[in-house]
Design a protein around this ligand. Sequence first.
Ligand SMILES: [Zn+2]
Ligand SMILES: [Zn+2]
Length: 178
Amino acid sequence: MLSKYRSMVSKSYGWNVALTCGHCKASVMPRYEGRSLHMATGAGDATVFAKLACPACGQRLIDEPVRKLAGLYTEVPLSAQNHRIIKQFIAGLVIVPAAFAFVLFMGLQMGWWRNNAFGLLVLSAAMIPLLVMLKNYRIAMLRSVCVCGKPAYRFLGIVQGTCCYCCSSCGQLLRLQE
Ligand SMILES: [Zn+2]
Ligand SMILES: [Zn+2]
């Protein structure tokens, strides 16, 4: 079950958006040369993880994808479902520990747990990673569907703190607050 969760929430890194090469001015689909360890940050608060090169002149493309990403995604709205998931996650982070604290307090008053109070605290702490997993899973569900029916979202990078995806099947842009 954990491996299913991992494969569900893992991102497919890649690049599937055409760029204009700054050296030879060719408008091309850049050559993807893997995931870069260095994050290229720049214009519009964008981060790109792909190592890209121009197939026409062979130059490494560094500024172009960052500018492209910022230009493409800054105006893409977050979906209502995405907003809802984040809101519910934040509410859960407040409500779950508060509920546990309340039950713990009541239990101490009523003498429900003799030596089990510590166990309840541990259980309460374990709820937080579960909430995070649930949130990540629900957000991953949002990119497991696409209007084209053949979802193949590639993770391109981050713009203003949100993750940017593009469907390889149809070019649909998707921006997610994770
Ligand atoms: Zn070029
Ligand atoms: Zn699609």
